[in-house]
Every structure is written in structure tokens, then in C-alpha cells.
Design a protein around this ligand. Structure first.
Ligand code: ASP
Length: 318
């Protein structure tokens, strides 16, 4: 039997009702007991890392998870992390950057309804997450609803529906059907290539620069907001702009503030408020000039992936 480590962090999946709403309460052993199908599938050890609503999860908690994975890496065949859905995409993306040359599955899952509620999606998500963790497909992935999504490509799109996550700008890794997990043939070819190539050692680069902010542009937003972040010592800014990306250069001209920030050593990344098809800074002058001022494009990255990548790059590259 495969040995799988369950790391729990809280979230709705582990919640109990209280007068103030749902509060994470259940531990890993209780979650496992509530999914009878797991006992014949794998040998599970559980470890509580946190017990939080994921809105309270911060970069320091991503580092706790990365270190727990590093410590236990050689003792297990795969890993499942239960997590609140609200910021699960950030944690999955952050782990995707921090866990280098990962040769084992690290599977994040959660639920829209507590496991103790009738007709909860928790049992199915856990069953599928453990099946994915046993499947020898390396990498950070999100198992939720009826699909498996690459860790840096997931985005939460629905607050209530079971199929809460989509895979952005990339095919999902697998569909989950009545007959089980159907991995995409193209992904399996990639996996085979990775497994055949010389193996680089698994390495955790868990340093992160937390002084990164996301600025969502709205029409007419005052670029003076950048001065606030400079004064507070921020090292990176993701500007979530409109359409193909770029910054306003008209009456509200963002370029002088952008140049000032870049000269002060702040890294600027342009992302987009559109979910699909990414940033193209060379399509319009608003993008061309931002690039000339020193802004980089987030390309096809989601905002979650762009923010976490910037935090990780600032701490790990010169
Ligand atoms: N508020 C919850 C959380 O993110 C939502 C969920 O888990 O679905 O922790």
C-alpha cells in the first residue's frame, strides 16, 4: 500500500457550525474516518499544520507547509493537504514555486460544505485527492469537483458550486469520472519524459518576500497610491490592469510613478483582470510604455500565480 501523509490546515471541509458561522474544528483522523473508501486505498498518517479559515492563511503558513513536506518527503509516496477553498489557489501556486524538482504528488483539496453535512462534496474530494496522491504523477495539483488542475493554474470561480475551480490558460491535468481519474495523455507523456530524464534532487526554496502588493486598477485610480507602497518599503507590485494589460497613460498617467518605483528597486508585474488569455504588453501603447518603464508581463499566469511567484522570485533570485 502507498504511504500518504495528510497535512490539515482547516477550511470548510473541517468546519463545525457555530453561532457565528462555520469554524474549522475537525482533525485529520476524523476526516479520514468519515471517508470509508480510504481505508483500503492507502496507509494514511495525518498531521495538523493549522486549523484556520483560509482567509487567515499568510505566506508564513505556506512556508510551514513547505517545511513539513521537506521533513517528510522521503518517508511517504504522496501528500494530501486539506485547505479552505478561498485562498487555496494562492497556497497551491506558492508551493509550486517553493518545491523544486518535485518527484511526488502534492495534492490540495477542500470542500464547499463541511464533511459532517449531508450531501457534502468533502467525501468525494478527499477520496479523489488520495487516489491522485497514490497515482505516481509528480507535482503540485488541486483536486476539486470533477477535475485535477495544475497547482499554479487553479482559480476559484464559484463561492458555492461544487465545481469551484477552473484551470486557467492551461488544460486541466485530469477529469474525474465514474470510472476514476482520466489523466490527460499529453500530461502522462510529459511525466514519462520527466521520469526518464536525469533526476535533479528535490529541493525546497521556501524563502518568500512578503512585501508584495496587488493593485487592482479601476478607471480613474490615482497613481499616487504607488507612493504609499514605496514609503512602506514594498519590494514588488502586481498591477492587475484591464484587458491585455498595461497602465493608464492619459490624464491619470501612471508612468512617472512606475519609473520611480522601478528606480527604487521595486519589481513591477502587469497582470490582467481578464481570467483567460493573459497579458500582451505589446498590443497597445499603455502596455508598451509600461514595459519600457521596467514593468514585466505576468504572461499567462493567474493573479494568484503572479503574486506568489513575485514573492518567491524576490527572495530567491537577485
Ligand atoms: N472560508 C472557507 C475557507 O477558505 C471556505 C472554504 O473552505 O470553502 O477557509
Amino acid at each position: 500500500m502507498k504511504k500518504i501523509l495528510l497535512l490539515t490546515t482547516g477550511g470548510t471541509i473541517a468546519c463545525e457550525p457555530t453561532a457565528d458561522g462555520l469554524v474549522p474544528a475537525l482533525d485529520g483522523a476524523t476526516l479520514i474516518k468519515m471517508v470509508p473508501g480510504l481505508s483500503g486505498l492507502c496507509d494514511i498518517t495525518s498531521q495538523e499544520i493549522l486549523n484556520l479559515d483560509s482567509s487567515n492563511i499568510e505566506p508564513v503558513h505556506w512556508q510551514l507547509l513547505a517545511r513539513a513536506l521537506e521533513k517528510n518527503y522521503f518517508d511517504f509516496d504522496g501528500f494530501v493537504i486539506t485547505h479552505g477553498t478561498d485562498t487555496l489557489a494562492y497556497t497551491a501556486a506558492a508551493l509550486s514555486w517553493m518545491l523544486q524538482h518535485l518527484q511526488k504528488p502534492v495534492v490540495l483539496t477542500g470542500a464547499q460544505q463541511p464533511i459532517t453535512m449531508p450531501n457534502s462534496d468533502a467525501q468525494a474530494n478527499l477520496q479523489h485527492a488520495f487516489a491522485a496522491a497514490c497515482a505516481n504523477v509528480p507535482g503540485v495539483m488541486v483536486v476539486f469537483g470533477n477535475k485535477i488542475i495544475g497547482g499554479s493554474q487553479a482559480q476559484k470561480m464559484y463561492t458555492e458550486s461544487r465545481d469551484a475551480f477552473v484551470s486557467v490558460n492551461a488544460e486541466s491535468w485530469a477529469d474525474i469520472t465514474q470510472t476514476g481519474i482520466c489523466w490527460r495523455p499529453r500530461l502522462m507523456q510529459q511525466v514519462a519524459r520527466v521520469q526518464a530524464a536525469p533526476q535533479f534532487g528535490f529541493k525546497v526554496l521556501s524563502a518568500l518576500e512578503p512585501r508584495v502588493a496587488l493593485i487592482k486598477l479601476i478607471p480613474g485610480l490615482d497613481p499616487g497610491i504607488i507612493d504609499y507602497y514605496l514609503a512602506q518599503g514594498y519590494k514588488g507590485l502586481v498591477l492587475e490592469g484591464f484587458g491585455a494589460g498595461g497602465v493608464p497613460n492619459g490624464h491619470r498617467n501612471w508612468l512617472p510613478k512606475l519609473e520611480k518605483a522601478v528606480q527604487a528597486g521595486v519589481r513591477i508585474v502587469c497582470a490582467t483582470q481578464c481570467v483567460y488569455e493573459g497579458v500582451n504588453l505589446h498590443k497597445y501603447p499603455i502596455g508598451t510604455w509600461a514595459a519600457r518603464a521596467g514593468a514585466k508581463s505576468a504572461g499567462l499566469l493567474t493573479t494568484e500565480a503572479a503574486v506568489t511567484k513575485l514573492m518567491w522570485e524576490l527572495a530567491n533570485t537577485k
